[in-house]
Every structure is written in structure tokens, then in C-alpha cells.
Design a protein around this ligand. Structure first.
Ligand code: GLY
Length: 405
């Protein structure tokens, strides 16, 4: 009965199906995600109901159930599952999913009331409360986002001009003022806050961070360093290194993906054509060296290529970014980026990358932290989040709607 109701809900909402001559059925893919969300919710229901402070994080290749993580300030992935629920609600219009989204989201409120633990606040709060506010205009959500953006701004060092990503004593001994490429994503919350009643200084911080990162965290060929280490007192770059990539000088796939997503977003928020020009160069070097199915190896210099693990999460992040980037450029470039994004999600939609019956996540074959030996060739929650986001962006693009909803 439950399945029938879900099926009918989807049928009613979807109206016309977006089968395209690009051989990609976006509604079929979105319906698949909706089914997997229902499966995950079933799995999370213990005898005493759902613990809303436990968030699905990953499923190792050999396993079939979610490894869940408690919501604590140190856990950076907790915003993705609430974000998935908000996206799923947006698509299905299923109010039971909305209620689950609200409950999981509320577990993160404490982050707006404590000192910033690190830069990940944007991932945590903007994927959850950000999407929740976009869809509900709940005033309490807005306050939580604004307070969290203020909290994130306390990690900004004006001498360097960037946000300190990891303010941890043990890290800072070796890497005093460190800024990681992932940090680009957290700027979106700063831009948003500055335009929605928050401090205008947040805009300037985001711009400064993006500019300094553009200047210091890329090699001459536009590949990125995962980590830029700056002198805290002079603000000068000391060195570029890696944390999750293969080598200091290699292109870590997800790091480059964060850069592509981040500078596309910076162009949207500022309309500064320097970002638009830059992000195309950062994108082109990534696209030039992909395997035939457009899903990258976890690092472009990974040992063992072509048998090295892939990173479906990087592909999902880039696909989502390229759908947006394709709306900012014209002619051949427009088609190049849009076609590349379609190719990425077409691969992700295949039985090679989708979990289907085998487990309740959407995707397999992501790599979390290869140097640490963790989450290699796994299903990871942020891959699912950006995959669903990419599908929704593509659907809006096909309908001629604003790509961001
Ligand atoms: N932000 C950490 C990662 O991309 O794995």
C-alpha cells in the first residue's frame, strides 16, 4: 500500500516524463532516488522509532546497511541526509518526507549556538537548513543560517584573506593557517547571509577567500592543491600540499570538483567575470583527462590506473556544477559543459554505479579518504546528495526553469 501511495504521488507530481534524446530519463532516476530514500528511512526505524541524531554516512562495498554517525560538531557529513530529504520532498511533494526532513534538520540547530569547530559549517547548515529555508521560508531556519554564517566568519584571518579550515592545535603546528579547497563550498552560506539580512562583511570575506584561493591554491595548469598553508602573521603562502589526494602535486578528483562547484557559485553570487573565466580553465583541465565514462579515478595520478578506485562523488559534484555553469556561457562552451554533465549522470544512472536492490544508497564507487584507507569504493552520503541535486538541476533546465529552484 505504502509503495502504491508513493508511486501515485510521484506520478501526479511528475506530470510529463522528461525522456530526452540524450538517452537519459531524469524522472526515472529521481523516482529511483525516492525509492531509496524510503528504504533508508525504513532501515533507520529501530524498535523505538528513528533516532534523529544519527545520520547515514556510508556503506562499504562489502556491506548492505548504512554506517550512521552521531551528530556532533566534529562530524562534517551530517547535513547531507537532511539535504537529501529536502530535495526528495521538493520532487515528490510528499509531506511525510517533509516531516522527516524537519526532524533530521533540527538535530543540527546546536551548531549555530556554539563556537565554530571548523569550516564545514556551510556543508552542515546550508545543505540542511539552507534547502529547508528555500522550500519553507521558515523564519527560525533563517536565523540559524545567519547565526552560523557569523560563527563561520570568526575563522577568517584578514591578514591571510581566507577562512582557517582546520583550527586544530595538532594540525596548526604543521600547517599554521590552512585553507582546503573544500572550503570554497562554505562560501555559499556567507554570500547568502550577506544578501538575506546578515552582516555585509560576510560578502567581503567570501570574495577575499575566493580571490586568495584563486591566486595561491592552483598550479599554472589550473589543477589545485588540496591544502594551502599560509603564514599566519605575514599572510604569505608557505606551500601547497595534500591531505586526501595521492601526492602534493597531483590533482585530487574531489578537490578539483569542489573548485569547479565553488567558482561556478562565486560567479553566480558576484557576476565577477574573472571567476567565470577561471572556472572554465579549472573545469577544462578536469574534463581533458577523464576516463571514457566521465567518472574520475579518485586522484588523476592514482596508483594502479586503470584499475584504481573511482570517485562517483566527484562526478556528482561536477555534474551539478556544470549544469549551472552551462547557463552562464554561450555557444560551443554551453553545449560542452551541458553534454559533459549529461554524460556524467548517464554513467551514474547505470547499473555500474547505482546500488539498486543491493543497498539503500543511491550510488556506489566513491572514495572518501584513500591515504587514510577509509571509505574506499564505497557508497557515501555526499555523492548521493550532489547526484540528486544534479538530477533536479537537469530537470529544471529541461523545463526552462531557474536551475536553483
Ligand atoms: N570535505 C572533505 C571531503 O571532501 O572529503
Amino acid at each position: 500500500m505504502k509503495k502504491l501511495v508513493l508511486g501515485l504521488t510521484l506520478l501526479c507530481f511528475c506530470g510529463c516524463s522528461h525522456k530526452t534524446n540524450e538517452a537519459l530519463d531524469v524522472d526515472k532516476a529521481l523516482n529511483y532516488c525516492a525509492m531509496q530514500v524510503e528504504r533508508t528511512l525504513q532501515e533507520l526505524k529501530g524498535d523505538s522509532g528513528i533516532d534523529y541524531t544519527l545520520m547515514p554516512r556510508s556503506i562499504m562495498d562489502s556491506l548492505t546497511t548504512w554506517n550512521c554517525k552521531k551528530v556532533v560538531k566534529e562530524e562534517w557529513t551530517s547535513g547531507f541526509w537532511p539535504g537529501i530529504l529536502w530535495y526528495d520532498y521538493e520532487y515528490t511533494q510528499n509531506h511525510a518526507i517533509k516531516r522527516e526532513a524537519e526532524k533530521f534538520t533540527s538535530s543540527l540547530a546546536f551548531l549555530s549556538k556554539i563556537p565554530a569547530y571548523d569550516h564545514d559549517l556551510g556543508f552542515l547548515i546550508f545543505c540542511s537548513y539552507g534547502n529547508g529555508y528555500r522550500l519553507t521560508k521558515n523564519k527560525d531556519y533563517k536565523k540559524i543560517i545567519l547565526d552560523t554564517a557569523d560563527s563561520l566568519s570568526t575563522l577568517y584571518n584578514p591578514k591571510v584573506g581566507t577562512i582557517l579550515s582546520w583550527p586544530r592545535e595538532v594540525v596548526n603546528k604543521q600547517w599554521p593557517h590552512n585553507t582546503i579547497m573544500d572550503n570554497m563550498i562554505n562560501l555559499e552560506m556567507m554570500f547568502w547571509a550577506s544578501k538575506n539580512g546578515g552582516d555585509k562583511r560576510l560578502y567581503d570575506i567570501a570574495v577575499s577567500h575566493a580571490n586568495k584561493t584563486m591566486k595561491c591554491q592552483f598550479r599554472p595548469d589550473y589543477t589545485s592543491y588540496h591544502v594551502a598553508v599560509y603564514d599566519t602573521l605575514t599572510g604569505n603562502l608557505i606551500k601547497g600540499v595534500t591531505h586526501q589526494g595521492y601526492a602534493d602535486n597531483s590533482m585530487w578528483a574531489r578537490g578539483q570538483a569542489w573548485a569547479i562547484y565553488g567558482y561556478t557559485m562565486c560567479y553566480r553570487e558576484t557576476r565577477d567575470v574573472r571567476y567565470l573565466d577561471f572556472v572554465q580553465k579549472v573545469t577544462d583541465v578536469y574534463l581533458n583527462d577523464l576516463p571514457a565514462d566521465y567518472i574520475p579515478y579518485w586522484d588523476f595520478s592514482a596508483p594502479g590506473i586503470p584499475n584504481a578506485p573511482r570517485d562517483a562523488s566527484a562526478a556528482a559534484i561536477v555534474a551539478s556544477a556544470l549544469f549551472e555553469l552551462s547557463t552562464f556561457v554561450e555557444g560551443n562552451k554551453k553545449m560542452k559543459y551541458r553534454n559533459a554533465a549529461v554524460k556524467m549522470i548517464t554513467s551514474l544512472n547505470s547499473s555500474i554505479y547505482q546500488c539498486r536492490e543491493s543497498k539503500p544508497a543511491f550510488l556506489m564507487h566513491s572514495t572518501g579518504h584513500w591515504p587514510n584507507g577509509s571509505e574506499i569504493d564505497a557508497s557515501i552520503i555526499y555523492a548521493d546528495y550532489y547526484y540528486l541535486e544534479a538530477l533536479l538541476r537537469y530537470k529544471r533546465l529541461l523545463r526552462g526553469m531557474n536551475i536553483l529552484g
